[in-house]
Design a protein around this ligand. Structure first.
Ligand SMILES: [Zn+2]
Length: 478
């Protein structure tokens, strides 16, 4: 299967190999652009070299759009394309060429620069056989250019609007710069409708997306400037901390930084040889312009001191990002520790990720977090009594004691009882794994970690990563 974004040509077909490709398609079309999926049916066995296409099915889906129609147009600043006629003045040769480009896009023809030097610029229509030709020459002020000749009429059939090669991302970026300055979050769809009005263009989604990024970079400085240091930072960290596990991923779209994982060798060794086999996991939202989420893994050392094992910056909290984090951590501490316990809040996707990657490990849930959840979802006249019983059951060290509290809870709220006994987490001390050596049922050390690094949260990812490194190294030196 293939898909292509935006019902324009030239069509950009992409092969659908994985489910992820489809979600990529959906993401890219959620701004009401059209997507076409072409299903090629092959006859024969899996060896496609011998098979042939027996049919092509294509369908289009128009996705509903929530933006009002004139929104895109009102945001789109008229770029006032200069009409290029004999006698028109331009500040310099570059301005002339830029104006010619916009003019040609608007007038639906291609341009070939035949000659360009200090004194003159000669351009023709790029269509073979079309006689149209233009010449601008340097004026007496040795700076400005004036159109001196326009010869011939266009005999070309006009070029495909979307295929006009003059309409590059850079050109679009230039056209939309003022608009992006005012509306940095303008969508590619809005850009498209503006360009359609002004130039009759309908460009591929990705080109518009890239153009917007480029315009933003021109205005605000590169969003990814900070991230350009990611490879350098990685090399430096590895150089100073041999044996550490440090890795990152880039987003395929726009080639922007996506995730960064850090666990220093000294931390991993310290955890394996000097800490309790208990790992607190937590997510903390970052506050910098680039946002993202910091995920962390902390343990406690023999003196009950906070011990950071690993941390990671990810784009958002999900089963995918948690899995990526836990898999990387597994490469250092191993995933088959027979005695290992995790404690966390009920983070999105985390429970599943733990069960998948550390199938033998225990997953404790912070009772404070669980109680908040219960308070929100279960109504009970005797709220205080309910709270007392839930906490007592959570703090019970023996099954007998926990069952006692649970049966009292059952009388109070059978639904809450069913909820508690069906949780895929451990929440009562009486259920905890033997050998962990720590009976905590709250995620306090994650809170200590977040407070400890709170000043770093406003920093861009690379600074954040390095600041935490500094703190972790101080922690290790103590
Ligand atoms: Zn022409």
């Amino acid at each position: 299967m293939h898909y292509h974004i935006n019902g324009t040509s030239p069509k950009e077909y992409k092969v659908i190999n994985y489910d992820a490709d489809v979600s990529l398609l959906v993401n890219q079309t959620n701004e009401s652009l059209r997507a076409e999926i072409v299903i090629s049916l092959y006859e024969g066995d899996e060896d496609q070299s011998n098979s042939h296409v027996i049919g092509i099915e294509s369908f289009e889906q128009n996705i509903q759009c929530s933006i009002s129609q004139n929104d895109g147009v009102s945001r789109f600043q008229k770029s006032s394309v200069t009409d290029i006629t004999i006698g028109t003045f331009f500040n310099d040769a570059t301005s002339f060429k830029n104006a010619l480009r916009s003019f040609a896009i608007k007038e639906n023809f291609g341009v070939r620069i035949k000659a360009s030097d200090k004194k003159r610029v000669i351009a023709t229509c790029s269509y073979q056989g079309c006689q149209w030709r233009i010449q601008a020459s340097l004026c007496e002020d040795s700076q400005s250019f004036q159109v001196r000749r326009v010869d011939g009429e266009h005999t070309c059939p006009g070029i495909n609007r979307a295929g006009n090669r003059l309409a590059t991302s850079a050109w679009v970026a230039n056209q939309i710069q003022e608009m992006v300055k005012r509306y940095p979050d303008i969508s590619p769809k809005e850009i498209n409708s503006g360009l359609e009005k002004e130039f009759g263009l309908s460009l591929p989604y990705m080109k518009l997306w890239r153009a917007r990024e480029q315009a933003r970079d021109n205005i605000f400085g590169s969003v990814d400037d900070n991230y350009k240091w990611v490879p350098t930072l990685t090399a430096e960290l590895l150089d100073r901390n041999p044996g550490s596990h440090i890795t990152y991923t880039f987003n395929a779209i726009g080639n922007s930084f996506q995730r960064f994982y850090v666990s220093f060798k000294v931390c991993v060794d310290g955890f394996l040889f000097g800490c309790r086999p208990l790992i607190s996991l937590d997510a903390c939202h970052l506050k910098s312009k680039y946002l993202g989420v910091l995920l962390s893994a902390n343990s406690v050392d023999g003196n009950n001191g906070l011990f950071t094992i690993a941390y990671v910056v990810v784009e958002a909290e999900s089963k995918h990002s948690w899995s990526w984090f836990l898999k990387n951590m597994g490469e250092t501490i191993g995933t088959n520790l027979s005695t290992l316990s995790f404690i966390s809040d009920m983070e999105k996707g985390l429970g599943e990720a733990i069960r998948e990657i550390y199938p033998q490990a225990e997953h404790r849930i912070c009772i404070r977090h669980l109680w908040k959840n219960i308070k929100k979802n279960f109504r009970c006249k005797e709220g205080q009594k309910m709270q007392g019983l839930v906490w007592a059951a959570a703090n019970a060290y023996t099954n007998v004691e926990m069952n006692e509290k649970l049966s009292e809870l059952h009388d109070l709220s059978p639904t809450l009882y069913s909820y508690l006994i069906s949780l895929p987490y451990k929440w009562s001390r009486s259920q905890f794994m033997i050998g962990i050596g720590h009976a905590t049922n709250t995620n306090n050390f994650a809170e200590s970690f977040n407070a400890w690094i709170s000043d770093a949260r406003t920093k861009p990812a690379v600074d954040l990563i390095d600041l935490i490194r500094e703190k972790v190294m101080e922690q290790r030196a103590q």
